[in-house]
Design a protein around this ligand. Sequence first.
Ligand SMILES: *[C@@H]1O[C@H](CO)[C@@H](O)[C@H](O)[C@H]1NC(C)=O
Ligand SMILES: *[C@@H]1O[C@H](CO)[C@@H](O)[C@H](O)[C@H]1NC(C)=O
Length: 275
Amino acid sequence: MANKEEKADEKQSSWKDFIYNPRTGEFIGRTASSWALIFLFYLVFYGFLAGMFSLTMWVMLQTLDEHTPRYRDRVANPGLMIRPRSLEIKFNRSIPQQYSKYMQPLESFLQPYNDSLQEANEPCPEGMYFEQDDVEEKKVCQFKRSVLRQCSGLADSNFGYSEGQPCILVKMNRVIGLRPRGDPHINCIAKRETPLQMQYFPTEGKLDKRYFPYYGKTLHANYVQPVVAVKLLLTEDDYNSELVIECKVEGSDLLNSDDRDKFLGRVTFRVQVSK
Ligand SMILES: *[C@@H]1O[C@H](CO)[C@@H](O)[C@H](O)[C@H]1NC(C)=O
Ligand SMILES: *[C@@H]1O[C@H](CO)[C@@H](O)[C@H](O)[C@H]1NC(C)=O
């Protein structure tokens, strides 16, 4: 009995000794100076690794251009997007609460196109690229929201939603250095048997060449991309049924029928208006 107790005592004291041994001054099996050496070693070791990492990172960053990405596949092939951002636009034209959620995004998207703001930008000539490769301070070609007429939200702050003929804004994503050839314009169709009447602003859905090229966020700070507004001229027969609309950029070398990327040069969305 006594023997057992002694053994248990011994066990406990050796465990305690392991944590801190008062005779040798060891802490978890090592002396303070031994621990200090270990910490010093790792400090130097990791310090060296961090230094190596920072150095290689720095060397790599020196080789990058601040304004243009190094690797770009498909340079000249931007995607299309619409505003309101939703690809499923559904509302009852008699109930403002149902379409008011689309008004705010349209209004805020158009803020930079404010006529008074755009007055400060260049009234550049139509139909040609606005080349500024050799210019230090890149200027911005004027795009006033008033050119979107009935879809500008100026005369009709409901963008046609209250009359059941909604406006959709189609924009092309920015691609640095893009110079689309030909006469790029937006063309939309309803995917059904009978065609749907639409109205384009600016006329013919033109994406004028003067808004290209774009020089990037830092060099071309206040750049505004061209926008095309499409007003869907729905009639009585078109209400209460879902319409699938596809818009494409046409008339240029921009791709618009890639099998794998359904936003490359085109965008498809659904619209259902009831009254
Ligand atoms: C935009 O234009 C309207 C009228 O032209 C003006 O009241 C408004 O303050 C302008 N907004 C900005 C952000 O400049
Ligand atoms: C749309 O709203 C009006 C007015 O509230 C209502 O009479 C009509 O039934 C609604 N249409 C549909 C398809 O829900």
